[in-house]
Design a protein around this ligand. Structure first.
Ligand code: GLN
Ligand code: ZN
Length: 784
């Protein structure tokens, strides 16, 4: 070992699913009974080995273990500590029980078992402000914890050790774990109260890791950067004091934060008895000086300079400036260069992107390329400091720095990125472009007359069943087995059939069915300039599910209309109003990899202008009901409350910019897949959509209470039935639900519709459900 002080590199977590989604295939095969348990276990181990070896070959010093899971790491934490809700306790322990918690179980409790169970899955929730979803721990006041006999964290550490790789175990800290949990049942119980019962089990786990030979432990406490209360502050203090008191002298705890800044939390953090701190310097580089001022002298500081959750290269010059701030104040051996957060949120490798435009590809770095960036950055500092031979030569490093500089210079000035026309339009956006000229109360009656709408109008959210035939035709078309014209003819027929069925059922405002779309963002991304698509850029969304978000790399504009042909064709088939269907600017932004060279706000504005053009073209083509879906507005909320207002200002402005150019008689709808509006209600009102359709059927009147409390002024369609279930709702239950709505909303402003799009259902269910929905409409038209 060199005595010279050198800088180490660290990865906070590596994607688990495999570069060809091997793990997804194994697990789903296991669920389907096609892969047996030993094949699953072996396949999973092979992936871990591959991932560790790959990181080692790139020269990473602190390679994570314990970042691998068959479903979700928060679920693993619950499982390892024995926090298994009662409803799963009769299911055989091991994979059957674990997967039942993850996904619910209907049928035999385990393969070949006589016992039949029917248990829903545990709740899933978004992991901070990412598009990953974790399984929410369910904890009650009586909860006890018991560390499992063979915690996976210890097993994986040993597994890597046997390969000659000394890893850094990663665990979710006790305070964040409890803050991620919810109270089981309906109680107001605060899971954080369970801390004293949980800590002894954490201590046991740490002891086992020490015994196995671990040194650095990465303890993730992402909640440290979020809004805190005296109770959470006290919890961190007592938790880390307790763990320190029992800590093996060979262990060192690296307190790990990400997604938020902690310079304003240092009064608390610097008192915690740990050995180091990790910062997300990609999201919040400005926190570094404040943290350095207050960091205990003997702590290690891990500098998260390589973005773990986006696909852009790291600009070395900027990162080096930042690292220099730290090297000026601390010796190299007390500093670590790291990914900003786990690479879970990055796709694997650019090596599989054989079709990506080479100019744009040069600007990107996926997980493996990020490993290379860490190696280069550490080399920059280590070569100067050490007389010992280094893994990288100076000339190699110089070449990498030079190439990086060239790449950024090219990106900054590329005509692909900067579009002067778009810039010019943005500069000309005026305040009157983000407000409808006439108030709702005046325009709504005009719309009703124009569209000849009855009382309690019925509609749907947009998509109709994406049947096997539809998906197969799309696949054949993509593979070149079906000509563009044949594919189009097929879609036209599907659309026509969909219109006829809606007419037959008696729906008032029809939709074309969205058969031509495979995804509500990708469809528009493919038609806008400024977007590219990857072949293999998969990232985990939840469990085994991965998504392949499109990449926004440049100024957005719309060369041609995107949906007008489909809507006009569908309208030509019927005299009923046909609703145009668009995805809103904030949702396009949220569900894409976005540019890091301009604020999200600006990208949203560009998207809004493109959608505004589409709205105008639809209106000109005679479509006078237009829905702009914004299911992602809520998930864009910043992690700290103090920043909500600023976000909601630009997010709602973007929606308004996309929707406000229309005449009074054109009716704007929007749709959201949730009903948790309590804390964002004024923003929803300010969107000023004529009609908002929302998820409601699963949410015990929460939404209606919010509507009632704040008095929503515009028309709304709270979903009358749950589309996530194959059940056909009866007329009676929809009557009841509507009657309940009428206690809160004026009858003149209510629309009848399902909760969300129908693409995952089959036609038989859809037809039966919608017939019942129109029966409910008929019933209430007679009553009012
Ligand atoms: N219009 C879309 C559909 O019906 C909306 C999807 C969504 O809300 N996520 O499928
Ligand atoms: Zn929805």
């Amino acid at each position: 070992m060199s005595a010279a002080a050198t800088l180490k590199s660290s990865v906070l977590g590596y994607p688990r699913v495999g570069n060809q989604r091997q793990l997804k295939k194994l697990i789903e095969g296991f669920w389907a009974g096609k892969v047996d348990e030993s094949a699953l276990v072996d396949g999973a181990r092979a992936l871990r080995t591959q991932h560790w070896q790959l990181q080692r070959s790139q020269g990473i010093d602190l390679i994570p273990s314990g970042d691998f899971t068959l479903y979700d790491l928060v679920l693993d934490t619950s499982y390892n500590f024995g926090a298994i809700p009662t409803r799963y306790q009769t299911i055989p322990a091991g994979l059957p029980q674990y997967f039942a918690m993850a996904r619910g179980l209907q049928g035999a409790a385990a393969k070949g078992a006589d016992q039949i169970v029917d248990v829903p899955a545990m709740e899933m929730k978004k992991w901070f402000d990412t598009n990953y979803h974790y399984i929410v721990p369910e904890l009650g006041p009586e909860q006890t914890f018991q560390l499992t006999a063979e915690p996976s964290l210890v097993a994986h550490f040993k597994e890597a050790k046997a390969l000659g790789i000394h890893t850094k175990p990663v665990l979710i800290g006790p305070v964040s774990f409890l803050l991620l949990a919810k109270a089981s049942g309906e109680s107001d119980f605060q899971p954080l109260e369970l801390l004293p019962r949980l800590l002894p089990e954490y201590r046991k786990l740490l002891a086992q890791l020490a015994e196995a030979g671990a040194t650095w432990i990465q303890v993730d406490e992402p909640h440290l950067g979020l809004d805190s209360t005296p109770a959470t502050e006290a919890a961190y203090k007592s938790a880390y004091q307790y763990l320190a008191d029992g800590l093996s002298p060979s262990l060192r705890l690296l307190l790990t934060t990400y997604f938020e800044r902690v310079d304003d939390r240092m009064a608390l953090i610097s008192k915690l008895p740990v050995h180091g701190l990790h910062l997300d310097l990609v999201r919040h580089p400005q926190q570094l000086p404040g943290v350095l001022d207050q960091l205990p002298a003997d702590w290690v500081l891990s500098l998260g300079v390589v973005n773990g959750r986006n696909i852009w290269k790291t600009e070395f010059a900027t990162a080096i400036d930042l690292i220099n701030q730290a090297t000026n104040r601390k010796p190299l051996n007390q500093l670590v260069l790291a990914t900003s957060c786990s690479l879970l949120h990055s796709p694997y490798s650019l090596e599989f992107e054989t079709k990506l435009d080479s100019e744009i590809k040069d600007w990107l770095a996926f997980a493996n390329e990020k490993l290379g960036e860490l190696a280069t950055l550490t080399a920059v500092f280590n070569i100067q400091q050490s007389a010992e031979p280094q893994p990288k030569r100076q000339s190699e490093v110089d070449a990498a720095l030079e190439a990086n500089k060239r790449s950024f210079a090219a990106r900054r000035t590329s005509a692909r990125v900067v579009n002067p026309q778009v810039q010019d339009r943005l500069a000309k956006v005026q305040p009157d472009m983000v407000v409808r000229p006439t108030p709702f109360a005046e325009r709504y009656p005009k719309q009703k007359a124009h569209q000849k709408l009855p009382l309690f109008p019925t509609t749907t959210i947009g998509s109709f069943p994406q049947t096997k035939e539809v998906r197969q035709a799309r696949l054949k078309f993509k593979k070149g087995e079906l000509s563009a014209e044949d594919y189009r003819q097929f879609l036209l027929k599907e659309t026509e059939r969909c219109v006829r069925i809606q007419e037959d059922i008696g729906i008032d405002v029809l939709v074309h069915g969205e058969f031509e779309r495979n995804d509500m963002v990708e469809y528009f991304g493919e038609k806008l300039r400024g977007y590219v698509f990857t072949q293999n850029g998969w990232v985990a969304s939840y469990g085994t599910r991965c998504v392949k978000p499109p990449v926004i790399y440049g100024d957005i504009d719309r060369p041609n209309p995107m949906t007008v042909d489909w809507s006009v064709y569908a309208q030509s088939l019927t005299t009923k109003p046909m609703k145009g269907m668009l995805t809103g600017p904030v949702t396009c932004l949220q569900w894409s990899f976005v540019r890091d060279d301009q604020p999200r706000r600006v990208t949203a504005q560009q998207l809004a202008l493109a959608i505004r053009d589409e709205v105008d073209d639809l209106e000109k083509a005679g479509i006078s009901t237009i829905q702009i879906d914004e299911p992602a507005i809520r998930e864009g909320l910043p992690l700290r409350r103090t920043e909500w207002e600023a976000y909601l200002k630009w997010a709602v402005d973007a929606f308004l910019l996309s929707s406000c150019s229309v005449q009074d008689t054109t009716q704007i709808h929007t749709h959201m897949c949730y009903s948790d509006f309590n804390d964002i209600f004024p923003a929803i009102q300010r969107m000023d959509a004529d009609v908002i359709t929302i998820e409601n059927s699963r949410s015990d009147l929460k939404l209606l209470r919010a509507f009632d409390r704040y008095g929503y002024h515009n028309a709304s369609g709270p979903g009358l039935y749950d589309i996530h279930s194959p059940r056909v709702p009866t007329v009676e239950e929809m009557n009841e639900r509507l009657a309940a709505l009428l206690n809160y909303l004026p009858f003149q402003l209510i629309w009848l519709n399902p909760d969300c799009g129908l693409k995952t259902r089959d036609w038989a269910e859809v037809e039966a459900s919608l017939r019942n929905l129109t029966a409910t409409a008929g019933e209430f038209r007679r009553r009012y």
